[in-house]
Design a protein around this ligand. Structure first.
Ligand code: FES
Length: 148
């Protein structure tokens, strides 16, 4: 097993239209074998590039698409948090406007392979996630999300 990188298909590229984004509420297995929520989204940018981020606003941690379900600013040039309307660069995830300016969305490791979008090196689980108190959950989240 060592040296191998696990790939998990999360959807076909054709399921996300150019200029759109799609959210996934997944569960992942941590290094200590526990199951945790793994809420992510993938955006298909101009030029057919795909970018994946944790669906967590760096301001107060809500889902970006909270409220109306949208991920984009009104002019569709940036990602946007539905709560306090912070805006983020699509390609870098950096906040360019709003309460968390200069912080960034947490990228997730995705690759496109044979027409599928795959998570890379993140072990997913079919189980319902266990619940944690906030502090423990945040500590673990920081450890787990490190592309490459
Ligand atoms: S929670 Fe996203 S801008 Fe405040």
């Amino acid at each position: 097993m060592s040296g191998e990188v696990q790939l998990f298909v999360i959807c076909a590229t054709k399921e996300i239209q150019p200029g759109e984004a799609k959210a996934f509420s997944l569960s992942r297995v941590t290094v200590d074998g526990k199951t945790q929520p793994y809420s992510i989204f993938v955006v298909r940018a101009a030029g057919d590039q795909f970018f994946g981020y944790l669906n967590t606003c760096p301001h107060q941690g809500t889902w970006l698409n909270i409220g109306d379900g949208r991920f984009f600013s009104d002019d569709h040039t940036h990602l946007r948090c539905g709560r306090h309307k912070a805006e983020f660069d699509i390609e870098s995830g950096v906040c360019v406007k709003g309460s968390c300016k200069d912080k960034a969305l947490e990228p997730i490791p995705i690759v496109v392979m044979d027409g599928d979008i795959c998570l890379c090196g993140v072990e997913l689980s079919e189980e319902e996630p266990q619940l944690y108190d906030d502090e423990e959950f945040e500590d673990t989240m920081e450890i787990m999300i490190h592309p490459g």
